[in-house]
Design a protein around this ligand. Structure first.
Ligand SMILES: Cc1cc2nc3c(=O)[nH]c(=O)nc-3n(C[C@H](O)[C@H](O)[C@H](O)COP(=O)(O)OP(=O)(O)OC[C@H]3O[C@@H](n4cnc5c(N)ncnc54)[C@H](O)[C@@H]3O)c2cc1C
Length: 310
């Protein structure tokens, strides 16, 4: 047996012994909003905070490459097999409301969290109701919409550190939030385990109608009927990426099954059968055209599974 296979087999035995679910050669496309991708050599599905930490420790000790994934709503999976371990956090979703504070685990869906806040008449998280990720993924990239963002509500976040295998907390400015970024994006050794949010007392009906307004605005402007991964590019200072792309005449342009959305040029949609290769070729085409026509270099918000920049 080659060493990687041996390490992976040994890891499966340990996961099995600890009662942690896993799947070998796991198809990735159903686990990402783009519905694109090949397989992961091994996918692990912890169902609690303890199982998540145990999965991370076992994976680190096995010495295999790994990635932590929430809902896969900001990710481009590779077309072939990812020769590493993907730890999906979606089963880790403990939640506790205490006064105006909410303590939640990384795998909790952001829309579910926003609805729970509304039910508790807590305001501040309405912006997140239509962002189809997990709390962990949202803290990682300081997700935001309609003038709100995670930085405004996250009091502190808890992490696991691959360097020493211990857990820790970061509070306030130590989380280094900036536009669609946080310390977690820069420090690959951290996995977010959960966060404490501080919201404000509000009126349940008003919170509900703000969420409904945001939902209507999203469905009027975003291509929600086709698989996509949200905005592909960051907004360059003083510009909207979608507007620049539209002004360059790129709406509807496609490579294979991947197309610039007709509804919102900042989105790439999977019209059916798109591959990661198609999406990357289309991104290259868009960047090249926008740079040539406007002099502006677009940066990707979309991420690869292995963290390499696009
Ligand atoms: C239709 C649509 C609309 C969207 N609208 C918005 C929007 O309005 N605003 C916005 O900001 N985004 C938006 N997005 C993008 C996406 O939903 C957000 O970026 C979301 O925060 C990603 O969460 P996720 O759990 O899916 O992360 P994933 O896609 O699973 O992962 C994204 C990155 O986060 C890392 N990560 C995930 N969980 C953890 C963890 N626990 N610890 C450490 N790293 C982790 C992953 O390794 C990866 O690098 C949209 C996407 C779609 C499909």
């Amino acid at each position: 047996m080659i060493p990687e296979v041996e390490r992976m087999t040994d890891l499966c035995v340990r996961l099995e012994r600890d009662g942690i679910a896993y799947e070998e050669h796991c198809p990735l496309s159903p686990r990402g909003s783009f519905r694109i991708g090949g397989t992961a050599a091994l996918a692990v599905f912890p169902q609690s905070r303890e199982q998540l930490i145990r999965s991370l420790l076992l994976t680190r000790d096995a010495g295999c490459p790994y990635a932590v994934v929430g809902k896969g709503s900001n990710l481009l999976y590779p077309d072939g097999e990812y020769a590493g371990i993907v730890i999906f956090t979606g089963g880790v979703r403990e939640l506790r409301v205490c006064g105006t504070g909410i303590t939640a685990s990384a795998g909790l869906s952001l829309p579910a969290l926003a609805l729970r806040a509304r039910d508790a008449a807590l305001t501040g998280l309405e912006f997140a109701a239509g962002i189809p990720g997990t709390l962990g993924g949202a803290v990682f990239m300081n997700a935001g919409a309609f003038g709100g963002c995670m930085e405004q509500v996250v009091l502190r976040s808890e992490f696991w550190d691959a360097r020493d295998g211990c857990c820790g907390c970061l509070e306030g400015g130590a989380q280094e939030f900036s536009v669609r970024s946080s310390i977690y994006m820069r420090e690959a050794r951290y996995t977010i385990l959960g966060a404490v949010l501080e919201l404000r007392e509000g009126n349940r009906e008003e919170i509900g109608s703000r969420m409904e307004d945001y939902r209507r605005r999203r469905s009027a402007t975003q291509p929600l009927g086709l698989p996509n991964a949200g905005s592909i590019f960051r907004h360059p200072p003083g510009h909207f990426a979608g507007r620049l792309i539209e002004d360059c005449g790129l709406k509807g342009v496609c490579v294979g099954g991947a197309a610039v959305s007709e509804k919102h040029a900042g989105f790439i949609v999977n019209r059916g059968g798109a591959t990661a290769h198609d999406v990357l070729a289309l991104i290259d085409l868009i960047r090249e055209r926008v740079l040539r026509q406007t002099g502006i270099a677009l940066e990707c918000e979309l991420r690869r599974l292995d963290g390499r920049p696009i």
